[in-house]
Design a protein around this ligand. Structure first.
Ligand code: PXG
Length: 439
């Protein structure tokens, strides 16, 4: 070995998440700072953030209120235990979220990530039925292509094969609905597709197979993000709601991506007009600044736990950092920013411009489908024969060199810009993608 190769690699220690580590470390894409819509790379280039970080920086980078709130909170109260002790901002934030959440989702449990929100909701679902005397309801239903984080409950109900296949036998007693991705019937649809509501009847089949009295909950993303922006067919979520209600099964919406304005409303539940029993969130809750998640829970579920002796813990669940004061301060400032800058409304107002811009890519090289909703968009590409994912990843790398950061999943390019994006910046982002789609 020559000296070059023996020299310790300063990048070696960090095992990067969901990253091709060896490829990355050969030609790293490193950012040094970020403001508004743009990152600045360590070599001084500006790169537009076409994905709001990982679907979380909804108010744009370095939003001043959030930065100030975090700085102030660290000096005032950095940490307080969340078990058997409280601090005002956790209560204030829960009340604000209960107000924001649809219907009677009036209670909030704090976590530190989307994955933890999912585990929390699944555990509450199981414990709820037990508290009600329906111990037999232990089965959890997810959906193919679903992404519910990376912990064991989440990958068990999730439906992305690479996130499951390497990790043993997972939770038992889990079943899946079929996914609703149907480009043959729904290709190039703006917004919700026409075809596929009948796939909700899969739940009826699972009820007929297992017995409703064995099923605790169904968890779905109202709009599946990670799998490549798969929108719910018209009537699909409504039908899932009807079936779950009829059979005493809880419906959980995993809104880690869709909550806090991504679709132009506070929650996907508002956008689609369907009210679940629980909503899992994270990401945009703090604008990505501090890790935090929140699960919104109906009064009916919450109240079922509030029985028994008053000195007893009602739910044996929680995290050291549940309701961390700095995270609460960041979340309160994020909610203030969303409201004062009317960012949810802004996303709604930009929806048509955004979808028109995306659809200008129809007919460009290798473009197989385009899907969009709110400020989310996906461009599905024809894979290179025999080399899946390469087309999208190469497109992503070309766009990075031209000054835009995108996401890829399989051969799908996904975009979800900060809600502060201007029309000229939409043109710039889609323009860069267009130039990156080489024949
Ligand atoms: N549920 C859903 C619906 C998600 O999208 C999680 C749970 C897990 O959240 P945490 O905070 O534990 O990562 C997610 C996360 C992408 C991408 O580009 C998506 C996510 C995370 C990172 C990248 O598709 N979603």
């Amino acid at each position: 070995m020559d000296n070059q190769l023996k020299r310790p690699n300063a990048m070696d220690a960090y095992w990067m998440p969901f990253t091709a580590n060896r490829q990355f470390k050969q030609s790293p894409r490193m950012v040094a700072s970020a403001e508004g819509m743009y990152y600045t790379t360590t070599d001084g280039r500006k790169v537009m953030d076409g994905t709001a970080g990982l679907w979380c920086v909804n108010a744009g980078h370095a939003a001043p209120r959030i930065t100030e709130a975090v700085q102030k909170q660290v000096t005032e109260l950095d940490y307080a235990p969340a078990f058997q002790m409280g601090h005002p901002k956790a209560f204030e934030l829960a009340a604000r979220l209960a107000e924001l959440a649809p219907g009677d989702l009036n209670h909030v449990f704090f976590t530190n990530s989307g994955s933890e929100s999912v585990e929390t909701a699944l555990k509450i679902a199981l414990a709820y039925h037990k508290a009600k005397g329906e111990q037999g309801r232990t089965r959890l239903i997810g959906r193919e292509k679903g992404y519910h984080g990376v912990n064991f409950g989440g990958i068990s109900v999730g439906g992305i094969v690479n996130n499951r296949r390497h990790f043993g036998s997972l939770l038992t007693g889990v079943d899946h609905l079929r996914h609703t991705h149907d480009p043959a019937r729904n290709g190039f649809t703006k917004g919700q597709p026409e075809h596929g509501a009948e796939l909700a009847e899969d739940l009826v089949r699972l009820i007929e197979l297992h017995g409703a009295e064995t099923i605790a909950a169904v968890i779905v993303e109202p709009m599946a993000g990670s799998a490549g922006v798969i929108l719910p067919p018209k009537g699909y979520l409504q039908r899932l709601r009807e079936i779950t209600r009829e059979h005493g099964i809880l419906l959980i919406f995993d809104e880690v991506i869709t909550a806090y304005g991504r679709l132009g409303r506070a929650f996907g539940a508002d956008y689609y007009g369907v009210e679940p029993d629980m909503i899992t969130t994270a990401k945009g809750l703090t604008n990505g600044v501090i890790p935090m998640g929140a699960v919104m829970i109906s009064s009916a579920i919450h109240d079922a736990f509030m029985t028994g002796p008053e000195h007893m813990i009602e739910l044996f669940h929680g995290y050291t950092y549940s309701g961390n004061p700095v995270a609460c301060a960041a979340a309160l400032a994020a909610l203030d920013t969303y409201r004062e800058e009317e960012l949810f409304e802004r996303a709604a107002a930009l929806e048509d411009y955004w979808s028109d811009a995306l659809f200008s890519l129809q007919g460009m090289p290798h473009v197989k489908d385009i899907r969009c909703s709110g400020l989310v968009g996906a461009v599905e590409l024809e894979p290179v024969a025999g080399v899946p994912t390469k087309r999208a990843f190469d497109t992503y790398l070309r766009a990075w060199d031209k000054g835009a950061h995108l996401r890829t999943t399989g051969d799908i390019i996904a975009m979800s810009p900060p809600l502060i994006i201007e029309k000229t910046e939409i043109d710039e982002l889609i323009g860069i993608l267009a130039e990156s789609l080489v024949a």
